[in-house]
Design a binder for this molecule. Sequence first.
Ligand code: GCU
Length: 422
Amino acid sequence: MRNNLIASLALLSVCIPAASQGHPDANFDEAKVPKYTLPDPLTLQNGDKVKDAHTWVNKRRPEILAMYQEDVFGHSPAAPAKLEYEVVSVEKQALGGKAVRKLITLSLAGKKVNLLLYLPAGATKPVPVFAGLWFAGNQTVALDPGVPLSEEWSTDRTAHKIIHKTAAESSRGKCAQQWQVDQILAHGYGLAIVYYEEIEPDIPGALTYGIRPLFFKPGQTIPLASEWGAIGAWAWSLSRVMDYLERDRDVDAKRVALIGHSRLGKTALWAGAQDTRFSIVISNESGEGGAAISRRDFGERTKDLNTHFPHWFDSNFSQYNDRENSMPFDSHMLLSLIAPRGLYVASAEGDQWSDPRGEFLGAVNAGPVYELLGKKGLGTDRMPAVHQPIMHDIAYHIRAGKHDVTAYDWDQYLKFATTQWK
Ligand code: GCU
């Protein structure tokens, strides 16, 4: 396994970042995972047990949220008093007549971000929508040329330069299989998508190109130790997407499922934890800093995150490097912030870096909060075999194959959403 541990932090394909395995001593042997004890999501900081929904909603949930704001993702600014946006175009016969396509420009503290919205053509009432951020320009999901090419960000490592250029026409439709637009539309649902690097380029040191500096106090040049990292900025923007969806009469904003893969899975979880308007949250292989239990020494660790991706989290988070056992929280508590709404955690067998068992155990241990709120958790602590999804109000599957979002994953998410939205 060790020979495979090649640090490749760059975005290798236009669609999915390479799953970096940049820690030469990373453990991939289940027998070597030391024992650990998880903090109890249902015990208040003063030691009292949470026995009812009222105490959960008014006391324990805010305590857990505050821990994640302070020590992990950082505090985000309040929502703007009024969302500024412009509907730039509405194409009624997109994708060969299957979809209505809207292009919307959101203005986030003055920075323009492009939202692409596909809705099923001929819908007679507002439709539920899947919403998410994506690794490449909107044109990579769009199968026809109505969507403008995005800007692209990359680094020239030798020259220590951040490069900003316009995507090539050849990138059009490149990631379409990861979004299954036809399937989504055929189910009567829509898709709302934003290219995440328009919010902040995913490069350490690219802070000044994103929205975070637009919120600095006079004289401020870097975020405070407990202020938002890039994941916080991406997540905050998902709430602005929701602000727009609430204003669009063709959308049923009470039924919006947030979906994210990998680092954008971490982002979806954080957005869904803070913003209860999202009715479902789907974490596709979100791994360390997402659904996977941090205390488990398996695959990626906290220190790896803070070393390779220092811009993602707040700087307080690095106090837990090599000290995961001292966290007053763990991923099951992040997941419990989604309760009682639908939560789907998914893993891939070939993505051991994300610690599939750790992701499963995160979902298992969020269960007691769901049960307290009258919902059904996974109901087992036995990890299912590949392609044997468990679907209650918390759902989980592991599929064969590598770090990716596949048609198989989408089949499960569509089934889950349809059940949740009944
Ligand atoms: C790296 C990183 C992970 C992350 C992944 C991704 O592998 O170590 O934490 O989830 O990139 O976003 O694809």
